[in-house]
Design a protein around this ligand. Structure first.
Ligand SMILES: [Zn+2]
Length: 114
């Protein structure tokens, strides 16, 4: 489990924020090809829950714009978050299964009870 595939996009972060002082948060952020960007959340095992912005044109990867918003997680935090997500998923599956069983039992009961 040694996944050290750190992306090499770090040059495109926040370097142009000097100069206009006033409304730096109101300006729409766009990628290199002019699409307005939305914050997305990564759910890969390497970067669980880490927010990023990238070019919304997927697949073709038109301009390759990609910026992490959250700092890189430590291996420990990554392990913990991945573990929690896994646990949550299995809990949800178990709950769905037991709900199904309850529904089955109830339908059987209603058949026998009437
Ligand atoms: Zn783009």
């Amino acid at each position: 489990m040694s996944s050290s595939n750190s992306p090499s996009f770090s040059e495109s972060s926040s370097s142009n924020f000097r100069g206009r002082g006033a409304n730096k948060h109101t300006a729409p952020i766009t990628c290199y090809c002019g699409c307005s960007l939305r914050v997305q959340t990564s759910w890969t095992k390497a970067n669980p829950g880490r927010r990023f912005m990238s070019c919304p044109i997927r697949g073709m990867n038109k301009c390759g714009y990609f910026v992490w918003l959250d700092p890189e997680l430590s291996d420990r935090s990554t392990d913990i978050i991945v573990g929690l997500v896994e646990k949550w998923k299995t809990t949800k599956e178990k709950l769905a299964k037991s709900n199904e069983r309850v529904r089955l039992l109830m339908s059987l009961q209603s058949v026998h009870g009437s």
